[in-house]
Design a protein around this ligand. Structure first.
Ligand SMILES: [Ca+2]
Ligand SMILES: [Ca+2]
Length: 319
């Protein structure tokens, strides 16, 4: 769905509503559901050596000896387990907004990887178009490509395949969903990249979201639409990744699945096939519930919109 900057209130409200309906069922205001906790997550501290609690320092990490410096613009996320999904009470974190798609929460082991600090920008994407390796996205309205004053804004209006091809051109790849979530929340099960404070707690806005029924309400964080990448860098993730809550939602590699039921907990890659891909992080059009680190959404592979962009990841030791 596309519409013009400046032509806002009703269309954007409708858009926000449709974005929620397209997403995982975590529509704002919906009844909270209780998560079904995995045995590993709910085990009493100390009762099981495999029960991982960050508070006990039990998260296995790679030895420093294999440390490989991150390429420019990326950070290295160490391998090891983290809480993936929504678990009300894990590590004493309260989260009563669990959507069915965020369940069951489980401890997931991922290998070390690199991930971009920022959403891919218009300037970066333009380089790929000029090199002939990427298609020029739609230009106009909310779409940022071709707008000279938006080079530091996230590229948007790109399909999943556009995102995939850009990452390939850059010598990278799209992050797997599990990697994205670990990069966003670290190992302590936090609700938001910066911690467990609400996005506006204490009157400080920590992310670009789109809450409320009027433009004035969406703009309490200063931004009606997307913001230049890194604007909220004071509220980055534990690994220093920016805008992992809000701004543009982000394509990841995985096909969409309605829940994590039956998935492996070691380097999960999602279903083998499908027709919709996962998007993560929520966007400038969405409510706070939808920008939580565990919140999930999805779109058809050829979908594109002003509120969807991406960032890239890369394997460690294979570049
Ligand atoms: Ca906003
Ligand atoms: Ca984002």
């Amino acid at each position: 769905m596309l519409f013009l900057r400046g032509f806002v209130p009703l269309l954007a409200v409708l858009s926000a509503a449709s974005a929620c309906s397209r997403d995982s069922g975590a529509a704002a205001g919906g009844p909270p559901s209780q998560p079904a906790l995995s045995a590993a997550v709910t085990a009493a501290p100390g009762s099981n050596p495999d029960s991982i609690s960050p508070a006990r320092g039990g998260v296995p990490q790679e030895p420093a000896a294999v440390d490989e410096p991150a390429p420019a613009g990326m950070v290295r996320v160490p391998g090891g387990r983290f809480l993936m999904g929504c678990a009300d009470g894990y590590n004493n974190v309260v989260d009563d907004k669990c959507a069915p798609s965020e369940l069951p929460a489980r401890l997931v082991d991922v290998d070390s990887f690199f991930i971009d600090i920022d959403e891919v920008t218009v300037g970066q994407y333009t380089g790929c178009v000029e090199a002939g390796a990427c298609q020029a996205p739609y230009n106009g309205g909310e779409c940022n490509f071709g707008e000279k004053d938006r080079l530091k804004y996230p590229i948007n209006c790109v399909t999943w395949d556009d995102a995939r091809l850009f990452c390939k051109w850059a010598g990278k790849r799209l992050p797997y969903e599990a990697e994205w979530e670990k990069a966003a929340r670290g190992t302590d099960g936090r609700r938001y990249p910066w911690g467990n404070q609400e996005p506006d707690e204490g009157g400080l806005w920590r992310a670009n979201l789109g809450e409320g029924l009027t433009k004035l309400l969406w703009m309490r964080d200063q931004w009606e639409y997307d913001a230049p990448v890194g604007f909220f860098s004071a509220y980055s993730s534990p690994y220093g990744c920016n805008d992992m809550a809000g701004n543009v939602a982000e394509w990841v590699h995985d096909w969409w699945a309605e829940s994590y039921a039956g998935m492996t907990d070691v380097n999960p890659r999602g279903p083998d096939a499908g027709n919709q891909h996962v998007v993560r992080g929520g966007s400038f059009r969405e409510y706070r519930q939808r920008i939580r680190t565990s919140a999930r959404g999805y779109h058809y592979t050829d979908f594109m919109d002003g509120n969807v962009g991406f960032r890239c990841a890369a394997d460690v030791g294979r570049r």
